[in-house]
Design a protein around this ligand. Sequence first.
Ligand SMILES: C[C@](O)(CO)[C@H](O)COP(=O)(O)OP(=O)(O)OC[C@H]1O[C@@H](n2ccc(N)nc2=O)[C@H](O)[C@@H]1O
Ligand SMILES: Nc1ncnc2c1ncn2[C@@H]1O[C@H](COP(=O)(O)OP(=O)(O)OP(=O)(O)O)[C@@H](O)[C@H]1O
Length: 283
Amino acid sequence: MTAARLTLPSPAKLNLMLHILGRREDGYHELQTLFQFLDYGDEITFAVRDDGVIQLHTEFAGVPHDSNLIVRAAKMLQQQSGCALGIDIWIDKVLPMGGGIGGGSSNAATTLLGLNHLWQLGWDEDRLAQLGLSLGADVPVFVRGHAAFAEGVGEKLTPVDPEEPWYLVLVPQVAVSTAEIFSDPLLTRNTPPIKVRPVPEGNSRNDCLPVVARRYPEVRNALDLLGKFTEAKLTGTGSCVFGGFPSKAEADKVSALLTETLTGFVAKGSNVSMLHRKLQSLL
Ligand SMILES: C[C@](O)(CO)[C@H](O)COP(=O)(O)OP(=O)(O)OC[C@H]1O[C@@H](n2ccc(N)nc2=O)[C@H](O)[C@@H]1O
Ligand SMILES: Nc1ncnc2c1ncn2[C@@H]1O[C@H](COP(=O)(O)OP(=O)(O)OP(=O)(O)O)[C@@H](O)[C@H]1O
């Protein structure tokens, strides 16, 4: 018998704005942020095994097997569901690590949803999102799969439907540690909460930008370059910088000007994640 096998996308996200409202006692920060997905990401292949072993076959530079968010997500789900099955996993990794486009969190969410399907656990999204939150603040939005205005540490989600432009995402060759940016004394932590819904136009600031730009000249360069063509923004804590364009052709035109030292990619913004579109097609 061939083992049940499934390949699923693991998309990137952008933070279209990010305000930091304060710091909680546990050190985490209260945020208001707008998440949108990109039709661009990794691909993860899963094959069920019946001996309970969880094995990721793709090596990640600098990330030990058991620290990988894919393996941690799989083990946590196996343990909490009491499932006796195991899984073989391979990933085609295209998302940069430490880029602020949520690669690790997205991989964890794809693993949770993929294994829920293959192991036939029948967990609902609420339960998967709650488990996901213990793996990272960004995991729940990837589990839900809809563009969202997020509050709390990123877990209180209200679905939204912003425009879906084409984006050019620049990938400076530097990994930014999220924890490092959130512990910088110069970080703005007192932005007043936006109380009006939907969030009014003009709130596109990212409070992490001044700190990241100060620490990373590569990010400054990317902001300067893209800023010549469109409003250039930082996603999450960086390092990636993005800007919207009305068509793919216009995004491609600017992308063609990139050099070897500053690469990037063009992708469509999407309010329903490609993971959820694929899962829907399996039902
Ligand atoms: C900044 C964002 O990228 C916005 O999307 C995310 O909120 C970060 O989410 P993430 O990468 O899943 O973050 P986690 O792995 O949960 O946290 C990494 C580190 O960032 C800091 N952190 C993260 C999220 C948050 N709301 N407040 C924080 O202070 C904490 O020091 C934490 O140790
Ligand atoms: N499957 C994974 N993919 C990427 N990174 C992982 C994974 N598992 C563990 N990590 C670790 O998590 C760190 C952050 O990776 P990630 O790609 O999620 O960063 P990010 O895009 O900045 O995330 P965010 O936007 O959520 O802050 C990596 O540097 C790596 O050490």
